[in-house]
Design a protein around this ligand. Structure first.
Ligand code: ZN
Length: 207
């Protein structure tokens, strides 16, 4: 079952206060249609009833895909609640086989869901983003968007000069990164439990 909270929101356009039902638990096993609205971001948008402006929901939410054995928690950033969540994750029977991820923003949650939906490994993808940044020669916040075509070419984006830049990365780059991960038990170990797999995770190995 998916679950809701009622959240007090303030419109970013007209400053009106309003209440909105927002998800605290998204279970795409029970509600398969929700996956698409996570991936296109609409699940995290509420319209202001006064002016109609789209407002981004800022609220912790657990994304659960039971068929993929995947849990991604968009946290409130409080260390105490993260510690509790980690302890629950590692001590709850049935979750041993799960992939558990912590993310800090809606954008990071959407990216994770897209990576796993494409059948890819998010740790290998973070290494792939690191390698791609080295090739670009710039430390930009790359985001995975999709894979396309027979060659599975990877599309990534990053913001620059107020615009979204789009770059294509060969799938062979990702495969090389997956091989690096496959040869490195210490890296694999650090993907277990409820963990953040992000640029800082890569930096502890390559930084
Ligand atoms: Zn408004």
């Amino acid at each position: 079952m998916s679950r809701f909270d009622v959240l007090s929101m303030r419109c970013s356009a007209c400053s009106s206060d309003f209440e909105a039902e927002v998800y605290s638990l998204v279970n795409v096993g029970d509600d398969p249609d929700l996956k698409a609205s996570v991936m296109d971001g609409t699940l995290f948008v509420r319209r202001c009833p006064h002016c109609g402006a789209a407002n981004l929901v800022r609220h912790p939410v657990l994304y659960h895909d039971p068929s993929e054995l995947l849990m991604i928690w968009l946290t409130d950033g409080a260390p105490a609640s993260e510690r509790t969540a980690r302890e629950i994750f590692i001590s709850t029977p049935g979750l041993e086989q799960y992939t558990g991820r912590l993310v800090d923003s809606v954008g990071d949650l959407v990216e994770k869901v897209k990576i796993f939906d494409a059948g890819l490994d998010d740790a290998a993808m973070e290494i792939c983003k690191y390698v791609t940044k080295q090739e670009l020669g710039r430390d930009v916040p790359l985001k995975f968007v999709r894979t396309d075509g027979a060659d599975n070419e990877i599309t990534m984006t990053y913001p620059e000069g107020g615009q979204m830049q789009i770059i294509a990365v060969g799938f062979n780059v990702y495969e090389d990164c997956r091989a690096i991960l496959g040869r490195n038990p210490a890296m694999q170990e650090r993907t277990r439990g409820l963990v953040r797999i992000d640029p800082a995770w890569v930096a502890q190995f390559f930084g």
